[in-house]
Design a protein around this ligand. Structure first.
Ligand code: FEO
Length: 164
């Protein structure tokens, strides 16, 4: 039987992961509308990964006898000022998700819930990778944004990214 507070936080994390998928789909649409299909593909792949994360949390709770409750997903729509802003936002969002997962981990440590700590280890590692990818995208954009041709090549490269 999972601790009540830990279960509640895990259940809330499902919504955060689903929102991540929604947010990245909106960003993918933003890039697609501007003709940057590589950036768009990259965020679509990311959105699918976020859905997988949501299901991992849901299945973990269900495997432990918890009755999952799904809440409404917030509207992710935003009018982005330029090509760079979604990259800044996605890095900030990943840092927010990392803090959220760390908070669940801390709650699990507090009640000596070793099973949940073991489950969360995968996410702790994954967040390190996701933050790095987001930083790399921003770095790449800043390097190439002054040269349209170089930026289009970077866009093409992002479009060929495989899911991790
Ligand atoms: Fe599931 Fe990008 O955090």
């Amino acid at each position: 039987m999972l601790n009540q507070n830990v279960s509640k936080l895990l259940n809330e994390q499902i919504n955060k992961e689903l929102f991540s998928a929604y947010l990245y789909t909106d960003i993918a649409n933003h890039y697609l509308n501007l003709g940057y299909t590589g950036f768009s593909d990259w965020f679509n792949v990311q959105a699918k990964e976020e859905l997988e994360h949501a299901f991992k949390f849901m299945h973990y709770l269900q495997d432990n006898g918890f009755d999952v409750k799904l809440a409404a997903i917030a509207d992710p729509t935003k009018k982005y000022a330029d090509l760079r802003e979604p990259l800044v936002d996605s890095l900030a969002h990943e840092e927010f998700i990392t803090a959220s997962i760390d908070a669940i981990f801390t709650a699990a440590v507090l009640v000596k819930d070793y099973r949940t700590q073991e489950f969360l280890n995968w996410f702790v590692k994954e967040q390190g990778e996701e933050e790095k990818n987001s930083r790399d995208n921003l770095l790449g954009f800043d390097l190439f944004s002054g040269d349209k041709r170089a930026l289009m090549m970077f866009d093409k490269k992002l479009g060929k990214r495989e899911a991790d």
